[in-house]
Design a binder for this molecule. Structure first.
Ligand SMILES: [Zn+2]
Length: 292
């Protein structure tokens, strides 16, 4: 599933291609993409307008068009945006047709068809849409130890489940949660409300470092993720713990283990990230995993 580094990688590739150009056509071939609105409503709202900026908030790619209209694209599980894809590119759901010189088309391709396109008319509607769905932007100055501590106060949820809740911290998915917790030396089952002030600071730092490393590598390629130019990211070669069950921790040499937290495969070095005492005695949420 694309996470922040993957979405931001796509944004950085697409922005110079689309910004300043007119959107001649928005050809929605799969109406489910924009349901409950009809493709005709989106065409009416967007066609013929100039693209002022391609932005991102959380995992939403936002086409800011002239006249204060905004198209929010979410890639979900398998969506991607390809620049001038070959004719007959599989799983195409939407075509963005651009005017003027340069690549003529951006295609939204999406084998599993969970990706979405949504409309915000006016900046107030855009802000309301995002405030209801997207938490702290993790690569911004607003991700700090005290900010995380304030969100976590009184909560018993495992810190990993807390990180995965997009309404608290945007854009931290399964890969980057594991990588951030390892960097912060925090066990994923630790109840988030019990972390110390220094651990919240380490967690904020760990999230930022993991995402920055992912971005530098052009994201991770797992499943179907592709860049807008069809190239794959390489962050999967740099994982410290994620998907490395049975391998030695690069810091201490202890064997990395895998278990399940909140339904997600979770990878930990339990020497660098000591298991909380209660979870050791009564293990309600962590159970041994059957397969890597
Ligand atoms: Zn270790």
């Amino acid at each position: 599933m694309p996470e922040l580094p993957e979405v931001e990688t796509i944004r950085r590739q697409l922005a110079p291609v689309v910004e300043g150009r007119g959107l001649l056509g928005l050809d929605i071939e799969d109406p489910r993409w924009c349901a409950p609105l009809s493709p005709a409503v989106l065409r009416e709202a967007f066609e013929g307008r100039r693209v002022e900026r391609l932005g991102r908030r959380g995992k939403y790619l936002i086409w800011h068009l002239e006249g204060d209209v905004h198209l929010l694209v979410h890639l979900r599980m398998t969506g991607t945006l390809l620049i001038d894809p070959p004719i007959g590119a599989p799983y195409r759901r939407v075509r963005f047709v651009l005017d003027g010189p340069g690549p003529a088309e951006i295609a939204f391709c999406d084998p599993r068809r969970f990706g979405t396109g949504e409309v915000a008319l006016g900046h107030a509607a855009l802000a309301a849409f995002l405030d209801a769905r997207v938490g702290i932007e993790p690569l911004s100055d607003s991700l700090t130890g005290p900010a995380l501590a304030a969100l976590a106060r009184g909560r018993r949820a495992p810190v990993k489940a807390f990180l995965l809740d997009q309404r608290r911290v945007a854009c931290v998915g399964n890969i980057y949660a594991d990588e951030a917790l390892h960097r912060a030396r925090i066990h994923p089952l630790r109840p988030v409300g019990t972390l110390k002030r220094a651990q919240f600071a380490a967690l904020a730092q760990g999230v930022r470092e993991a995402l920055t490393a992912g971005l530098a590598a052009g994201g991770a390629t797992i499943d179907d993720f592709r860049h807008a130019d069809g190239v794959r990211g390489s962050f999967q070669d740099e994982f410290l713990v994620h998907l490395r069950r049975g391998e030695a921790c690069g810091t201490c040499g202890t064997t990395i283990v895998k278990f399940v937290v909140g339904g997600r495969g979770t990878y930990v070095c339990e020497r660098c990230q000591p298991r909380p005492r209660r979870a050791r005695a009564v293990d309600r949420t962590g159970r041994p995993a059957a397969s890597p």
